[in-house]
Write a protein that binds this ligand. Sequence first.
Ligand code: GLN
Length: 489
Amino acid sequence: MLNSSLQQIGSALRARKISSVELTQLYLDRIAALNPALNAYITTDAEASLAQARQADAVLADGNALPLTGIPIAQKDIFCAKGWRTTCGSKMLENFIAPYDAHVIARFNEAGAVNLGKTNMDEFAMGSSNETSHFGAVKNPWLHNAVPGGSSGGAACAVAARLCAAATGTDTGGSIRQPSALCGISGIKPSYGTVSRYGMIAFASSLDQAGPMARSAEDLALLLNVMTGFDPRDSTSLQRDKEDYTRDLDKPLAGLRIGLPKEFFAEGLAQDVAACVHAALEEYKKLGATIVDISLPNSKLAVPVYYVLAPAEASSNLSRYDGVRYGYRAPEYADLTEMYEKSRAQGFGAEVKRRIMIGTYVLSHGYYDAYYLQAQKIRRLIAQDFDDAFRQCDVIIGPTSPSTAFTLGEKGDDPVQMYLSDIYTIAVNLAGLPGMSIPAGFGSNGLPVGLQIIGNYFGEARMLNVAHQYQLATDHHDRAPQDIGLQGI
Ligand code: GLN
């Protein structure tokens, strides 16, 4: 069951070969056994999960099941889930119990899925290694002293170690794709506005987008079918017709034009990652695709632009944590101002404080024109580069991350090095485009390599088709880490 697709699990549930309670218990037992070492989950609540599983079993028994009814899904701890502790990886929200459901959570509940628990993440989704979490770093299940990537590192680890059937993540600059790459799983960040941000704790609102993380493109399509859709409670949610993301999975790839951006293969890309990407391109040629050389001339500016705009938005979004209404409040203070200061000084970690300071600085009166305004103009140019590129190709392919998973602690003292791990993913968020990562083999150290597929606006179904056809022809996505106790299951 642990290696079955969501489609197969759903069939087994509907055929009553296994109950949702049994399946949920199987995962809860695995979490109890493996999570102490991996730290993928911040919160589990066996009673709450099993109660949902019992409800699902009743629906299954009635024959009214939907595709995900009874399937245990791990939720990133950035989504408010009613009655669940929702920490966003921060001491600031360590004891916060969400009073309502995020749109994404509500959609999974309506679909009959089981909430298996809340996954670990970088504090307020700021990070690329999961080391900024107040609840400790997550381990990469392929190698325990390597990072899982971030910020959705708990989700990626949980999927790779079979501690859930599938998971949710969020991606502001790469947080679904980069941990998917580093843990050898599949993940997609949809076009901006496709998944409602209601109840998803805000980091940088013009970039944040939720998406699924799973073991295959086929699974991602089923999950996207549930997660997407218009929501009037998010002013950037798009009013579009409901799509079936599985509709193109089986289409042949003959005639597909793959754009290869020369900037993605320049200095800084590890040789073993480049080798896997080139091998994947050969596979695509066999499947009938042609390769077109393209250029994204402004992509080198994506990281600096992002580190002006994302902190600017974060400094504004995080001003709500003042110790007054909810969240951490310092135990001792002399007056109101000191209460604000101490609550924020004690409640936020170092990386979050760094972002708030940068954001406040670039928005300040004297520097707004020089930094914030300039960054917004370059953001427009970056989006224009993609528009130009998509006149010549259907999808863009390249590496997801410049290297395989790095060692825990390796980049902790050097924020710029850490920021550069998102060099290939960030431009996609700045443009609002959909992007995904799928497993493309293993690097020289035996760690997974991710292949990034970037689509045009609302090109998710086509991207999933491109990914699925590759996964039919290869088995990288079926490989599991060694020591996660799969024997006999
Ligand atoms: N690693 C990037 C950052 O630290 C992106 C994080 C994300 O996508 N949430 O901001």
